[in-house]
Design a protein around this ligand. Structure first.
Ligand code: GGG
Length: 367
């Protein structure tokens, strides 16, 4: 029996509530298969922790979680702590410090009633974003001078290194390649496809470089069809013809923005799952839903736990448990396509976070 050591950082607001449901699902799946299990170590790093200590995580935080098999994170951010402080002090420290250079964000529609675009079916919306996750616009390079004066000057630079851009794009090509068999089985698009998001008309250094790396690697993956769009056009095409996209690679900021749109295509951010991956497994990877801490509904048992549960599905995949992971997704599908009144208010239901968790556990029995 393999026991995985998981560092759990529920964080702020609804992060705490959805995390409980994610762990319930993990434990139930482990019981069902009886060949693996989880040992959780909890960390209270959050905005509340920051208010007490002046830090988002303990000074030795990175060492404390470095040996985990994976990290689960709920949500970060709460009124009273500036967003850039909470994001940089916890999430970005872990993403960058552990070289989690791939941010995997699936965009998959499970029930047509959740799609805001008329006429689109579940087979039309099934793509995965590979968002660059350690540099780009989030590198934190820049400065602010002459603060508070009329001559105040601010610079925020994006950073793109060849080594990171190449490894990110290689990962994306391989992912596109790996999805084709699965897609054939489902009767979906059979050609592997990778779309690159750019803005090289305006960003004449960084995105011209990005396009060059993409073009240089493409011949090595001749079985993968490629295309590329400027980020503004990409936002439009995701709405007009989402069926054209399979794997999409984008910079840190572009990927973050487009995956909120992606979340809406699948029914809302209550569905949007994410994994911050260090593919080489030199460091632990971290799994977190895309949504934030939603302070307005925090503590009311109203948050949709599906994104968190989909996120633990990604963690199971990463740990190599493909069938248990597929089972979790089937359970989500059962709940989403079933009695809608039991779902949380963001999905038009009257249900609760714990109620959806109960429904998922029930669905796991039959999925
Ligand atoms: N569930 C993760 C979370 O709380 N995210 C907050 C956030 O603002 N993330 C920004 C980002 O991923 O770039």
């Amino acid at each position: 029996m393999k026991t995985y050591s998981i560092s759990v950082i529920p964080g702020d607001g609804v992060g705490v509530e959805v995390m409980q449901q994610g762990m319930r699902v993990l434990d139930r799946v482990a019981e069902q298969y009886n060949s693996f299990g989880f040992k959780y170590t909890h960390y209270d790093w959050s905005c509340e922790y920051y208010k007490r200590t002046g830090r988002m995580m303990s000074a030795d935080g990175m060492q404390r979680i470095a040996d985990a098999d994976a990290i689960l994170l709920g949500a970060v951010g709460f009124p009273g702590v500036p967003d850039h402080v909470s994001l940089r002090g916890l999430l970005l420290r872990i993403r960058q410090g552990f070289e989690q250079y791939v941010n995997l964000r699936p965009v998959k529609l499970l029930d047509e009633r959740d799609c805001p675009i008329k006429g689109k079916t579940v087979s039309d919306i099934d793509m995965v974003f590979v968002r660059e996750n350690v540099e780009g616009e989030y590198a934190g390079a820049g400065g602010r001078i002459r603060e508070g004066t009329g001559d105040e000057t601010v610079i925020q630079s994006a950073v793109f290194t060849r080594s990171n851009t190449e490894r990110l794009m290689r990962y994306s090509f391989e992912l596109a390649r790996s999805r084709v068999e699965n897609r054939k089985k489902q009767g979906l698009k059979t050609v592997s496809k990778l779309t690159s998001v750019t803005k090289s008309n305006a960003l004449n250094y960084s995105m011209v470089f990005w396009d060059e790396v993409f073009a240089a690697l493409a011949p090595g993956y001749s079985d993968v069809a490629t295309d590329q769009y400027h980020v503004d056009a990409m936002a439009m095409y995701m709405l007009q013809r989402p069926e054209d996209f399979d794997v999409v690679v984008a910079s840190n900021l572009f990927g973050d923005i487009l995956t909120d749109l992606g979340g809406v295509l699948q029914g809302g951010l209550g569905f949007a799952a994410g994994g911050n991956i260090n593919p080489e497994k030199r460091y632990p990877s971290m799994f977190e839903p895309v949504h934030g801490s939603a302070p307005t509904i925090a503590g009311k048992n109203l948050a949709n736990p599906i994104a968190m549960v989909w996120t633990v599905k990604l963690m199971l995949d990463f740990l190599g448990h493909r069938e248990p992971a597929a089972r979790v997704l089937r359970a989500i599908e059962t709940v989403v396509t079933g009695d809608r009144s039991a779902l949380t208010p963001d999905m038009g239901g009257k249900g609760t976070t714990t109620g959806v968790g109960d429904a998922l556990l029930e669905a796991l029995k039959h999925s």
